[in-house]
Design a protein around this ligand. Structure first.
Ligand SMILES: Nc1nc2c(ncn2[C@@H]2O[C@H](COP(=O)(O)OP(=O)(O)OP(=O)(O)O)[C@@H](O)[C@H]2O)c(=O)[nH]1
Ligand SMILES: [Mg+2]
Length: 222
């Protein structure tokens, strides 16, 4: 095994599970993060999709994120507990223009709590308001979002999978928290500008993009 392969194998891996109602934008978020792409066309996730992406945190900390993108229709199904089991991070995603998608997070969060009720370590819980490019159609008040975070000790994120706004930052902040890596203001700003630069590059020339963690892959389990 070559040095670089060995280095890769010794990377930390973190399991991130993405939960929330159908059409809240979970697949779009995972695809934006792992593949720097966005599709306007809705294609329902049946079961789950699975993405891998290696990122480097400050201090040269390499970490591979396994992103489990769970289909919204799995709620109430018998496989959901198994998908959630062992996650280090849970992203509860809602669509800021859809009040019901926010209300229903309670059901999703209850599944997470049930799966972890006997566990010594609890996953990082992140509340993610998606579709902030549609701010003019916002139906969920920011206050409500913040109250949820306070009550459930979750981290708070507002993103747009469509424009890429704060998507990388969201995953980076969660990984940094889990690995106890401090992000300073400059690093946070830099990761935001990387995302913006990436969007410009993507629309111009998707083949030659080299921005951040080039390796990603995806497979589907149904
Ligand atoms: N304007 C806007 N549309 C978005 C955004 N994210 C996702 N969408 C659109 O919302 C629709 C649903 O997105 P998906 O990512 O497929 O939703 P999902 O949560 O994976 O849905 P299920 O697989 O059914 O659970 C698609 O038409 C996306 O193009 C966003 O940030 N802004
Ligand atoms: Mg999906």
């Amino acid at each position: 095994m070559s040095d670089s392969e060995e280095e890769e194998c010794s990377d930390r891996q973190l399991k991130f599970v993405v939960l929330g109602d159908g059409t809240s934008g979970k697949t779009s978020l995972a695809t934006r993060f792992a593949q720097e792409a966005f599709g306007k066309q809705y294609k329902q996730t049946i079961g789950l999709d699975f993405f891998l992406k290696r990122i480097t945190l400050p201090g040269n900390v390499n970490v591979t994120l396994q992103v489990w993108d769970i289909g919204g229709q799995t709620i109430g199904g018998k496989m959901l507990d198994k998908y959630v089991y062992g996650a280090q991070a849970v992203l509860l995603v809602y669509d800021i223009t859809n009040q019901q998608s926010f209300e229903n997070l309670e059901d999703w969060y209850n599944v997470v709590k049930k799966v972890n009720e006997e566990s010594e370590t609890q996953p990082h819980v992140a509340l993610v308001g998606n579709k902030i490019d549609l701010e003019h159609l916002r139906a969920v008040k920011v206050d409500k979002h913040l109250r949820f975070c306070q009550e459930n000790h979750s981290s708070s994120h507002f993103v747009s999978a469509k424009t890429g706004d704060s998507v990388f930052l969201c995953f980076q902040r969660i990984a940094a928290d889990l690995l106890d890596v401090k992000l300073n203001k400059a690093e946070i700003e830099q990761s935001q500008s990387v995302v913006k630069a990436d969007i410009v590059n993507y629309s111009q020339d998707p083949v030659t993009r080299t921005v951040n963690s080039p390796r990603s892959s995806m497979c589907t389990i149904q």
